[in-house]
Design a protein around this ligand. Structure first.
Ligand SMILES: [Zn+2]
Length: 262
């Protein structure tokens, strides 16, 4: 049974609201002078998060990856992609697409504010607040704490020369360091909501690292990855042609001039 409420469907993707997201209305009560304005700002914040997630989902669609749904939680939005991109180019662009949406909103609102301030002295404080929210969302998500967008960008950039597993380990280690540093800072400053977020980042990072390590140990076969036990020493798993995997000795290919094993 799904705990979240369905809000609707955007671009063929179901949109859900987890009850925990309602806490935003509690935490956001101080965002503005009047309760109504605060509520409007919280709705604008949640809307901006949805657009951010749609940025990821629609970029993923460009690479043939569908998104099951988008859900809003207290710690932010989650777009459930049917699979993670395995190559670094698509991963980089899918990760950047979310913050790019927020920066596009900043530019659009900035242009509107620049134009309207010429015509009227009214400063449109609501638009200024929504602009600030989106600027914050864009910058915050680019913090290189894997699995946040900035951490995924880092992993994609490192994958080129470290390989996917080592790049994920490096990005996850940096993510854990930032989460611990952030957690301690928030503990001192009494921001308990942010401590939960830091813990979530750390947990999600190590979960995904375990997954990537398991995939790294497994073999790529048609239909997906299988997770295999380590092969006997000096051997690797090879497909004998009929889908049955057997260990074969690892041999250096004398024709190769680099030191890679074939
Ligand atoms: Zn994102």
């Amino acid at each position: 049974m799904r705990l979240s409420w369905k809000l609707g469907r955007v671009s063929g993707i179901d949109l859900f609201l987890h009850p925990s997201a309602l806490l935003w209305f509690f935490f956001g009560a101080q965002m503005s002078a009047t309760p109504l304005e605060s509520a409007v700002l919280v709705v604008a914040l949640l809307g901006s998060i949805v657009l951010h997630e749609l940025g990821h989902a629609l970029m993923a669609r460009q690479y043939g990856i569908d998104t099951a749904d988008i859900t809003l939680y207290i710690f932010g939005g989650v777009a459930r992609l049917e699979r993670m991109p395995r190559s670094s180019g698509p991963e980089l662009l899918i990760a950047l697409a979310g913050p790019a949406v927020n920066f596009a909103i900043v530019l659009a609102l900035g242009a509107i504010l620049a134009l309207t301030s010429l015509a009227t002295p009214w400063p449109l404080p609501l638009l200024v607040n929504i602009l600030t929210i989106n600027l914050g969302l864009g910058i915050f998500n680019l913090i290189p704490a894997f699995p946040m967008d900035g951490g995924r960008v880092l992993r994609a950039l490192l994958s080129g020369w470290l390989g996917r597993v080592k790049a994920t380990e490096t990005a996850a280690a940096l993510g854990r360091g930032l989460a611990i540093a952030g957690g301690l800072y928030f503990l001192v400053s009494g921001n308990y909501q942010a401590i939960i977020l830091a813990r979530f980042v750390d947990m999600a990072g190590s979960l995904e690292l375990q997954q990537v390590r398991a995939e790294g140990r497994g073999l790529s076969i048609p239909g997906g990855f299988v997770n295999l036990p380590d092969p006997p020493p000096g051997c690797r798993w090879a497909d004998s042609g009929n889908g049955i995997l057997r260990p074969v000795p690892i041999m250096m290919n004398p024709m190769r001039r680099d030191r890679s094993w074939s």
